[in-house]
Design a protein around this ligand. Structure first.
Ligand code: NAD
Length: 459
């Protein structure tokens, strides 16, 4: 077998495998280099999929424990071994599917540690793969607070996914997507949870109304939240962990079974030889232009390792496919990162697309907004879930600039909002479309009806 390829992709996570699959589809000879035993990267092996499997178990438990609300006598207990077995089954199933697809597309999987060489080329444990184009897709790993090391009880998300026990008490540091999802999960499984966020509000990247709504909902669920927290010490203390922090200048200490650190993810570039090959970095991430080209011709970067605005699996898919198509000679427009949907699977869920109200104002838009409460939607009442849909538009019937939601199944509902913002629809156009009754999607219809000046179930 010759070691000359059209495209060599380093990393078989969502960014890498999407670039490889699309390149193969476009007739390229492709090698996919991966050091892990299994394909799938963070999303499949230790991110989206295992987390969502655990969150599904948590949701079932919540429903069972609330069964009396729907006239059913039942109560549930988490069986952690079986929960983890379900999690593993989901991961295994999807990894098997992906592995078969990669094989079916005729992609050569090369196991080992890759190093970028001049050419471009990629060296894998002494073997040289020459390539017309190389795609760097090595992903990211959880960051820790300075001076902290992982123990059995001081953990990051990688460890949380397969912890040998369900903690009775937990401190979660960081209220981004990871922190919100694990705080929610631990609470569902019965833990006393304190969520500490350094910035002045939870979900700080979301619209302020979303932060308010999720804070209110978490409090209702019995989760303690501290925004503006300054964590000063995280230390093992026998079978517990001591976490010291300041809340509005007041020193506080908690002793808990687990401290989960969820303060963001950093790029994985160690040992790749990037700088030697002339690939410039930007705060540790691989510097790219709007086309996702690095500073070296024919070397591209996609996914979490690339210095692009969002570290999300669907962003990596989009970037991977775009790069594959560009390599094949297609003119693919630059990705509009503001109009990519963002989803967080805590209870209640959070989803958004487009500009927050503050961002819209900052960009000089004259803004109108509508906040529709899920209380006004029959289906949400039947499900026993609350929340909001907030729509931000340009005043006087201008296009929808952003949609921000907290509530039941909003991670699915966001797809409609994605079409609305990306197609620059105006509220009157959306209001003229029919949302079936009784469905949760009516909340989207109602918010646009209100913005079009004809609210039905709101004042
Ligand atoms: P993040 O950057 O989204 O959030 C980290 C949070 O920690 C921030 O709000 C930050 O202000 C806070 N923080 C930082 N230092 C702190 C400190 N010392 N004390 C208290 N708070 C502190 O990172 P994440 O939640 O770890 O997620 C990593 C990446 O993975 C993100 O890009 C995220 O969007 C993505 N992700 C997405 C999903 C999803 O789409 N459902 C799920 C998990 C992760």
């Amino acid at each position: 077998m010759s070691d000359g390829y059209d495209v060599v992709v380093i990393g078989a996570g969502t960014g890498g495998y999407s670039a490889a699959l699309r390149s193969a589809q476009l007739g390229k000879r492709v090698a996919l280099v991966e050091r892990d035993e299994r394909l799938g990267g963070t999303c499949l092996l230790r991110g989206c999929i295992p987390t969502k499997a655990l969150l599904r178990s948590a949701e079932v438990l919540d429903t069972v424990n609330r069964a009396a609300e729907w006239g059913i006598t039942a109560s549930g207990e988490p069986d952690w071994i079986s929960i983890v077995a379900f999690e593993n089954r989901m991961v295994d199933k999807l990894v098997t599917g992906l592995t078969a697809l990669v094989k079916h597309r005729g992609i050569d999987v090369v196991r080992g540690d890759a190093r970028l060489a001049q050419g471009p080329a990629v060296e894998v444990d002494g073997r040289r793969l020459s390539a017309a184009d190389v795609v760097i897709a090595t992903g990211s790993a959880p960051k820790l607070l300075p001076g902290l090391t992982i123990t059995g009880r001081i953990i990051a998300s990688d460890q949380a996914l397969w912890l040998p026990f369900i903690p009775a008490s937990a401190v979660v540091i960081g209220a981004g997507a990871v922190g919100l999802e694990f705080a929610s999960l631990y609470r569902s499984f019965g833990a006393e949870v304190t969520l500490l966020e350094a910035l002045p509000r939870l979900a700080p990247l979301e619209d302020e109304d979303v932060s308010k709504e999720i804070t209110r909902a978490f409090h209702k669920r019995g989760i303690t939240t501290v925004a503006g927290a300054n964590v000063s010490r995280v230390e093992p203390a026998g079978e517990l962990v001591d976490v010291a922090y300041e809340d509005a200048g007041q020193p506080k200490t908690l002793s808990v079974e687990v401290c989960l650190v969820a303060v963001g993810r950093g790029p994985v570039t160690d040992g790749l030889g990037l700088e030697g090959a002339g690939v410039e970095l930007d705060r540790g991430f691989v510097k790219v232009d709007g086309q996702l080209q690095t500073t070296v011709p024919h070397v591209w970067a996609v996914g979490d390792v690339a210095a692009t605005p969002l570290q999300l699996a669907h962003v990596a898919f989009t970037e991977g496919m775009a790069v594959a198509e560009r390599i094949a000679g297609a003119a693919v427009p630059e990705i509009d990162y503001a109009n990519l949907p963002r989803v967080t699977y805590c209870t209640p869920e959070i989803a958004s697309v487009g500009l927050t109200e503050a961002q819209a104002v900052e960009r000089g838009h004259d803004v109108a907004s509508e906040r529709f409460d899920f209380k006004g939607v029959g289906k949400a009442n039947i499900l026993g879930e609350g929340g909001i849909v907030k729509v931000v538009t340009e005043v006087n019937g201008g296009p929808v600039l952003g949609v921000h939601m907290v509530g039941p199944h909003v991670t699915d509902l966001i797809s409609e909002a994605m079409l609305i913002t990306n197609w620059e629809a105006v509220p009157a156009e959306v209001a003229a479309l029919i949302h079936p009754h009784p469905t949760l999607s009516e909340a989207m219809g109602e918010a646009h009806l209100a913005l079009a000046g004809k609210p039905l179930h709101s004042a």
